[in-house]
Ligand binder design. Structure first.
Ligand SMILES: Cc1cc2nc3c(=O)[nH]c(=O)nc-3n(C[C@H](O)[C@H](O)[C@H](O)COP(=O)(O)O)c2cc1C
Length: 329
């Protein structure tokens, strides 16, 4: 039997895993977009892959998805980190937690709510916990709950997002947290991945960049809208889910959001039913020019990252020698 996890071991395990990645990148979970095929392609390409548990319509379906994924991925299976919505409206939390424990996934990413109620049981199962947060107050609460990592949602991130500036958010969280930090929001190229690291993050968290890949579940119209959009075509609105979200203007042009939604609160059912849903995308849409395979996107990010490192080093200015005004000294 594996030895019981020790305090802080989740952070150490995450750092070990990050050091083995081809790139410090998470293919972030996306409702209705990321299924096992996108996760498998991401992990096979050497980055972390995530999908929301609710993209499986039942825990039994989740169980069979994880069985298939983990047996197909072999060693790369440790790069799989499912996402769990921890809002009280999710009635599947306990069953999904048990499923994660059965499959011994390396980590779970929580969202839409405070992770307090799930950290203990995940740690008991030897599973690390990352929680997504959109404010310093929420980050502090998650740290008090004992999470191993934080996903900082910043302005322009796809899905439900925050409004914080990424530099300021990482700086302030780093002052009080030495666990793993993933930065989310607008990261669509290798240069931005390097910038996230320079700012103090361990991982770049990319959703939008994978929206138009071959393994995305977005239909043709949604995919085309993503390809055509630029930063100015992304709107921040609470009128879809009750939580501020990044939605494409082209979708808002065709649909009248329900004015009651702002006060309706979060509706977990809307994530899992098969009905129409709003086209979400973040500011990183401007980085997408065509439908590519996940492997090609990761290869492009890798090449951009490496050339950004070289370019940055070439522009690095070593400390100048002390200035002397005359030859009199
Ligand atoms: C279409 C879409 C659906 C999303 N669904 C989820 C979700 O179910 N759970 C979650 O934690 N985050 C979700 N997100 C947010 C992403 O996981 C991630 O935080 C975000 O995409 C990162 O910012 P970026 O889009 O600028 O890369 C979603 C994002 C998009 C674009």
């Amino acid at each position: 039997m594996a030895s019981p996890p020790t305090a802080g071991s989740g952070v150490a395990r995450l750092h070990t895993l990050i050091a083995e990645l081809r790139l410090p990148v998470v293919a972030a979970p996306m409702t209705r977009i990321s299924g096992p095929e996108l996760v498998a392609a991401a992990c096979a390409a050497g980055i972390i892959g995530s999908m929301p548990a609710h993209n499986a319509s039942t825990t039994a379906e989740l169980d069979s998805m994880l069985t298939g994924l983990l047996s197909g991925l072999g060693d790369a299976g440790r790069l799989l980190m499912p996402n769990l919505v921890v809002h009280r409206a999710n009635s599947r939390i306990d069953a999904d937690l048990e499923c994660f424990a059965d499959h011994q996934v390396s980590a779970v990413i929580t969202s839409v709510g405070a992770p307090d109620s799930v950290v203990r049981s995940l740690h008991r199962a030897g599973i690390a916990v990352l929680a997504d947060v959109a404010s310093v107050a929420h980050a502090e609460r998650a740290v008090r709950a004992g999470v191993d990592g934080l996903v900082l949602l910043t302005a322009g991130a796809g899905g439900q997002t925050g409004a914080a500036n990424p530099f300021a958010f990482v700086r302030e969280v780093r002052l009080r947290f030495d666990g793993v930090i993933a930065l989310a929001g607008g990261i669509g190229d290798g240069r931005s991945i390097l910038a996230a690291q320079v700012a103090g993050a361990d991982l770049a968290y990319l959703g939008t960049r994978f929206l138009a890949t071959d393994k995305s579940r977005a239909d043709e119209r949604y995919r085309q809208a993503v390809l055509e959009a630029g930063l100015d075509d992304v709107r921040l609105t609470s009128r879809i889910s009750g939580i501020p979200s990044s939605i494409l203007q082209s979708w808002l042009d065709q649909h009248e959001p329900d004015p009651a939604i702002t006060t309706a609160g979060f509706d977990f059912g809307s994530l899992t039913d098969a009905g129409p849903f709003a086209w979400s995308a973040g500011h990183a849409v401007s980085a997408i020019r065509q439908t590519d395979s996940v492997a090609d996107v990761v290869a492009a990010l890798d090449a951009e990252y490496r050339s950004a490192v070289d370019d940055t080093l070439a522009r690095w200015r070593p400390t100048p020698t002390p200035h002397t005004t005359s030859g009199k000294e």
